[in-house]
Design a protein around this ligand. Structure first.
Ligand code: URA
Length: 198
């Protein structure tokens, strides 16, 4: 079964969502329509971490459902297909709330305080899913995750943490029809090799 579209269920997950939904540590929580926690299988082997929800994600409460998400889904499905496997994936973000400065304003990058405030919810997500591979989407995620991961006390134990491009950058270069898509699939395929090769 393809797990790309699943909404998580389970007691630990429900507790995390209930507790996290009440979080008002950052001003962006007051502008958010919904806190956005995750999408996929709680027993996923691969987790994809982005910056934070965009407009579509804020409205629906589900990560990676806009154009970038559709491009990411297509790349992930293709990378697993090249390994002859069904996708075993979970999608989440550094932030649960949409980073923007005005109600309805444009998306912006998360700032360090917001990432610090949301870090416990991300590490709990990592502990619940405990993926073998974590894909960090884009440079901001790579840098900010890496900074905190080394100091973090968590029982999550991925065997690999891999940086790949953020899917929004692939959308800007033509998306699934563009020249960058194949390279993007390849980078995800290679990140999955720790699971399926050797
Ligand atoms: N971009 C992200 O980084 N995360 C999402 O959930 C959607 C777009």
């Amino acid at each position: 079964m393809v797990t790309v579209g699943l909404q998580p269920t389970g007691r630990a997950w429900a507790r995390l969502v209930a507790e996290g939904s009440g979080c008002r540590k950052c001003p962006i929580a007051g502008r958010a329509s919904k806190h956005v926690f995750g999408r996929g299988s709680l027993s996923a082997k691969a987790m994809f971490v982005g910056y934070g929800p965009g407009l579509s994600e804020d409205v629906l409460g589900v990560p990676f459902v806009g154009p970038a998400g559709k491009c990411l889904d297509a790349a992930v499905k293709e990378a697993f297909r090249l390994h002859s496997r069904n996708p075993s994936v979970f999608f989440t973000n550094l932030l649960r709330c949409r980073p923007c400065d005005l109600l309805g304003g444009p998306n912006r990058d998360p700032v360090p305080d917001e990432i610090d405030n949301c870090w416990p919810l991300l590490t709990r997500t990592l502990e619940i899913v405990n993926p073998a591979v974590v894909f960090l989407l884009g440079q901001v995620t790579h840098y900010e995750f890496g900074e905190r991961w080394l100091r973090s006390e968590t029982t999550a134990s991925p065997v690999a943490i891999v940086e790949v491009a953020h899917p929004a950058s692939i959308v800007r270069r033509g998306g699934v029809e563009g020249a960058a898509f194949e390279t993007y699939v390849r980078s995800i395929f290679e990140g999955l090799e720790v699971l399926y090769c050797g």
